[in-house]
Design a protein around this ligand. Structure first.
Ligand SMILES: Cc1ncc(COP(=O)(O)O)c(C=O)c1O
Length: 393
């Protein structure tokens, strides 16, 4: 007989799910067909036969396939140290340490480095993994308006006399808005007010900066910042995240980051997948240029058609629709016309800013972008027809 205690949890979950359904916020896992506008495989490497071949070769050579334990126990393989050195060279930092995913990298980094006496200045639109890492650390948190340098300066100035350690935490390319932080200006404020800087480059890794080394590298700040996080699950078509910084930071994380210490290592053959993806990505300047060129022209013509694209300046192009229902409706309209596009709703984005998040990849052609534009125009026309029919009724 089911226990009453368990029933309480089950009915609470059922009513939470019913609430989500009512607000058009219920999600499920499903695969979409069509021209893929919801993939973070920005360079198109996930389907590259050269990468597949490299993975097959490394599996073939591997003495073992399993992770077998934490890297601090049986799970370590020299392949990880070699890859970390290679990645640090790519990122322009002294050292790097690998985590099984970007979420674990941010959580491990922030919860290890910060403590409850520290003060963190966090961009209002930072990714959940940054927010959760800060929360877990127990540090005091000040949220500043998204990308607003004067708001950041105001809160830094207000806490100027506090003698504690201070850190500014920001993404470089923001995951849901596609806008880009002015890292030189943020680092300038950090210097002026005695703070250090942590930057999450998840959507810039292998896409922005010299040979894809990121926006911190592009701004010449690799030696200034406390830590840069690069992820491998997006443009590097693999999985994992590197925290890049000083050798001291690396040694500290190996000894304190709980998401590394208390988690099974990724199998060593997987290091070869990341290495192969990195080697390929470094050579893909032409693909990067084309991707960013396509992103700029998509943004220009959608803006000309009257769409609100927030402040996008990258391959992530959001179309802000507003209500959850409208975002679902336009996503459905486009899916029926052959596009794999998803509506992004709260809590991933702020309430009232539901959107389509278009992520462009090197596999999407200019002709497909034009087709998308035409379909979005058809949606606008159908909406206008509906509202004039309603007005006339
Ligand atoms: C800005 C940002 N940071 C970190 C992550 C987490 O990376 P991963 O998917 O590798 O866990 C994501 C992924 O969605 C992200 O968008």
């Amino acid at each position: 007989m089911p226990s009453e205690a368990k029933d309480q949890f089950v009915s609470a979950m059922e009513s939470a799910l019913a609430g989500l359904r009512e607000r058009s916020q219920l999600r499920s896992c499903s695969q979409l067909e069509g021209i893929n506008f919801c993939s973070n495989d920005y360079l198109g490497l996930a389907e590259d036969p050269r990468l597949k071949h490299a993975v097959l070769e490394s599996v073939e050579r591997a003495a073992r396939i399993g992770g077998t334990g934490s890297r601090l126990l049986s799970g370590h393989d020299p392949a990880w140290n070699e890859l970390e050195e290679e990645f640090a060279t790519f990122a322009g930092t002294e050292a790097a340490v690998y985590f099984a995913n970007g979420y674990a990298a941010n959580l491990g980094l922030l919860s290890a480095v910060l403590d409850k006496d520290d003060l963190v200045f966090s961009d209002a639109l930072n990714h959940a993994s940054l927010i959760d890492g800060i929360r877990l650390s127990g540090a005091r948190r000040v949220i500043y308006a998204h990308l607003d340098l004067s708001a950041l300066e105001k809160v830094l100035r207000a806490r100027e006399n506090e003698s504690c350690r201070k850190v500014i935490v920001t993404e470089s390319v923001f995951s849901m808005d596609g806008d880009v932080a002015d890292l030189s200006a943020i680092q300038g404020l950090a210097l002026r007010y005695g703070a250090s800087l942590v930057v999450d480059e998840a959507h810039a890794t292998a896409v922005h900066g010299p040979s894809g080394a990121g926006i911190v590298a592009d701004a010449g700040l690799t030696k200034e910042v406390l830590a840069v996080v690069h992820t491998c699950g997006k443009a590097l078509a693999s999985a994992g995240g590197f925290v890049c910084g000083s050798k001291v930071l690396r040694d500290f994380l190996i000894n304190h980051a709980r998401t590394l210490i208390f988690s099974t290592a990724m199998p060593a053959y997987f290091a070869e997948q990341i290495r192969a993806a990195l080697q390929l990505a470094k050579t893909m300047n032409r693909e990067r240029e084309l991707l960013l060129e396509n992103s700029r022209s998509l943004a220009a013509f959608l803006r000309a058609d009257g769409w609100d694209l927030s402040g996008t300046a990258s391959q992530v192009v959001p179309i802000i629709v507003g209500s959850n229902k409208d975002a679902l409706a336009v996503a459905h309209f486009l899916r029926e016309r052959g596009f794999a596009i998803r509506a992004i709703r709260p809590p991933t984005v702020p309430v009232g800013s539901a959107r389509l998040r278009l992520s462009l990849t090197a596999r999407i052609s200019a002709t497909e972008l034009q087709r998308l534009r035409e379909c979005l125009k058809a949606w606008q026309a159908s909406r206008m027809a509906l509202s004039s029919a309603a007005g006339g009724a």
